[in-house]
Design a protein around this ligand. Structure first.
Ligand code: F0G
Length: 465
């Protein structure tokens, strides 16, 4: 195995390949064997802080973009770019919230549930953590154009960075009618070229790879290993929010599996450089209608197995899925994905963190979402899968009542207002009819709006009822 002497390089994750490539190359798969690539570092102890707590000092340096960005504050742990190359809009200034009003719903003791509000990012989702890193790399790689497939948030984030930066125009492919309006509105408003493809996300993802290869356009999906470098920082901020004492569990929705892959890598590396001893367990939550990971892990029992993952069985699994014409279907449109591109890396992360995979129905997602909202912040449906999943794992006794649990709320509540308004305002029968295809039967946690005539007495009566 060839080791580069510079600080960072790209490396194929397949143990029989492990080919290395220059950090400046724009790649989204190994050119030799088509497996996924990692960004790897030659860690220098001198360049790393002595302890994680030392990162806190940067909070005081608000004049420095590398200190006020919640991603680049951790530059020492993602040192692939020199500071003058960094493109940042101050993403990642997100906070871990103690959520005692949601804790009882999950079944946790007071002070044990925390919600990491990634919806507070500039484009309203966690994607900005990865996009600042990918745009930074794209410049280094000399990219002239960028492209992505998206269920909505990636496209919103790409559009934001492309618009702010102004040097890398972007094209986004979204499934026609498949993305929530908040997200489509952002992509349109920020001025990128939006292609509405007559197909779902999996189809868009397939095409976007073809287009990126053919036209040599820089790919912004989480296949891009630099995206994941930025997303690692979500974990650093959770640790920081807990005074660097790792929680017992990190719970995250699983779609294309970029986050879960990045989170596993974050902890693995912190152990590698001696900055962390015990790592949290990762729980990845699939929507029941988009449950490829859950099936592969819990039914097929396929494991990363130190790189010896049984790829032939995975291929047979996908063949069966095609033969059955099985398509992802969930109201949590952000994670309506059946062919997660980061599957191998996610299985690796599960191995590194003794992780588990759970599924939740759309009913469970919407009920949990209303609870998160009632706790004061709110999130989009896909994000609530984390809370619904934590509740289920708690009920099954996998998560203990006294465990400290951090659920990642990946996207802002305003991303998808349609589902929220329907949940709160429709009568059970109407809701069941509207979402019959999704198995939603009612809204036990609804906060119903009250219709009143324009009449003082009746308005007062409604207030006092
Ligand atoms: N939550 C939200 C709000 C998302 O937008 C996504 C992915 C996920 C969770 C899943 O994360 O892919 O890292 O497992 N959205 C992508 C998109 C696919 O195109 O916006 P993952």
């Amino acid at each position: 195995m060839k080791i580069r002497t510079d600080i960072a390089h790209q490396q194929c994750i397949h143990p029989e390949c492990e080919a290395t490539f220059d950090v400046a190359e724009p790649l989204f798969e190994c050119p030799k064997c088509a497996h996924l690539l990692d960004v790897r570092y030659n860690w220098s102890k001198a360049a790393l802080p002595r302890r994680l707590k030392d990162f806190e000092a940067k909070w005081a340096r608000q004049d420095d973009p590398l200190a006020f960005s919640g991603v680049w504050r951790f530059h020492e742990l993602i040192p692939f770019a020199a500071r003058e190359h960094v493109i940042t809009v101050g993403e990642g200034r997100t906070i871990l919230q103690r959520a005692d009003r949601v804790g009882p719903y999950v079944g946790l003791a007071p002070g044990r549930l925390f919600l990491q509000y990634e919806g507070l990012n500039p484009s309203g989702s966690f994607k900005d953590n990865g996009m600042t890193a990918a745009f930074t790399h794209a410049h280094r790689a000399g990219a002239k154009r960028a492209i992505c497939a998206s269920t909505g948030n990636t496209s919103a984030s790409v559009a934001l960075y492309s618009a702010v930066d102004g040097r890398i125009p972007a094209v986004v492919l979204v499934g026609s009618g498949k993305i929530a309006y908040g997200k489509l509105a952002q992509a349109l408003d920020y001025g990128v070229r939006v292609l509405q493809v007559e197909g779902d996300f999996d189809a868009c993802m397939h095409r976007v790879k073809e287009v990126a290869r053919k036209l040599r356009i820089y790919l912004m999906n989480s296949l891009n290993p630099f995206r994941l470098e930025g997303q690692k920082t979500i974990m650093y901020r959770i640790l920081e929010g807990l005074a660097w004492e790792p929680p017992d569990w990190i719970v995250v929705p699983g779609g294309n599996l970029g986050n879960s892959s990045a989170f596993g890598k974050a902890f693995h590396e912190l152990q590698e450089v001696g900055l962390m001893k015990r790592v949290p367990r990762l729980a990845v939550i699939n929507a029941a209608g988009a449950d490829t990971l859950a099936r592969i892990v819990n039914e097929e029992k396929i494991r990363w197995d130190d790189g010896r993952m049984d790829e032939a069985r995975v291929a047979r699994f996908y063949e069966r899925m095609n033969a059955e014409h099985r398509r992802a279907k969930t109201l949590a449109s952000a994670i309506e994905i059946n062919r997660p591109v980061n599957l191998a890396k996610c299985l690796r992360a599960l191995e590194w963190t003794d992780g588990v995979v759970e599924t939740v129905t759309d009913q469970e997602i919407l009920d949990a979402k209303a609870q998160v909202g009632a706790g004061g912040f709110g999130c989009e449906p896909a994000s609530a899968a984390s809370v619904a999943g934590a509740r289920k794992l708690r009920a099954a006794g996998i998560i203990e009542k006294s465990d400290r649990v951090a659920c990642v709320l990946t996207g802002h509540a305003l991303k998808d207002p349609n589902v929220t308004v329907a949940y709160h305002s429709l009568e059970a029968a109407a809701l069941a009819e509207k979402y019959a295809d999704y198995g939603v039967g009612g809204a036990p946690n609804a906060n119903r709006p009250i219709q009143v005539p324009d009449d003082l007495e009746k308005i007062i009566a409604a207030i006092q009822a």
